[in-house]
Design a protein around this ligand. Structure first.
Ligand code: ZN
Ligand code: ZN
Length: 212
């Protein structure tokens, strides 16, 4: 089954980022005024102000639909607020979109127009992590999480990709590929060590359960 990634438009609450004051500058107000930033894709963002005006900021061109920007050419507080939210990773940068982590659902930022399953930093399997193969129950150790997709990675010596391999039929074809090794037990003949160390296997990420 191909599980396609979807963009979740979360309902960002209008929040001030810092307290304001009567002498606040435009830069101060960008932080102190309650505003909600909604990413629209293509580097555009809607900014909802405290009195429910909606202005659209095009970040790469530093443009906003408010009068300050439109007629006076100012770098208005809406543009500044979007830039702050991007820098502090509350909204995706231009060219990225918000995608739920395929394992835990946490918001992650991924390139637009890429439907490969996404994993948050916590669910990305690092080298040395122990995992369980959901099909066979074996405990394996992660060699690396690749940037390859299961349906685009050929299995050497087999007429299959990782996605089309018979035992991987239950897992998403657009999943990422993880290289794993079988850990060496104490019963292994030292003469076999080098050969076995070199042998790694490619699995779709969804087939592996992280063991904490
Ligand atoms: Zn503006
Ligand atoms: Zn996650």
């Amino acid at each position: 089954m191909v599980q396609s990634k979807h963009t979740r438009t979360s309902l960002h609450r209008k929040t001030p980022l810092s307290p304001g004051g009567p002498t606040a500058t435009r830069a101060d107000r960008a932080r102190s005024e309650p505003m909600a930033v909604e990413p629209l894709g293509g580097g555009r963002y809607d900014v909802v102000t405290h009195d429910d005006h909606v202005y659209t900021v095009t970040l790469p061109e530093s443009r906003c639909t408010c009068p300050d920007s439109k007629y006076r050419g100012e770098n208005c507080k809406h543009i500044r607020r979007v830039a702050i939210d991007v820098t502090e990773r509350r909204v995706p940068a231009p060219g990225q979109e918000e995608t739920p982590c395929a394992d835990c659902g946490a918001a992650t930022f991924t390139p637009e127009d890429d439907d490969t399953l996404a994993y948050c930093p916590r669910c990305t399997l690092r080298p040395g992590t122990y995992v369980r193969d959901r099909e066979r129950g074996d405990v394996l150790v992660v060699r690396d999480t690749t940037s390859e997709r299961a349906d685009e990675t050929a299995i050497p010596g087999a007429d299959h990709t990782v996605a089309s391999y018979p035992t991987n039929g239950e897992y998403a074809a657009n999943d990422v590929v993880v290289d794993v090794l079988y850990p060496l037990g104490s019963d292994v003949d030292p003469a076999d060590l080098d050969a076995r160390r070199l042998r790694s296997y490619a699995f779709p990420r969804g087939r592996l359960e992280r063991l904490d």
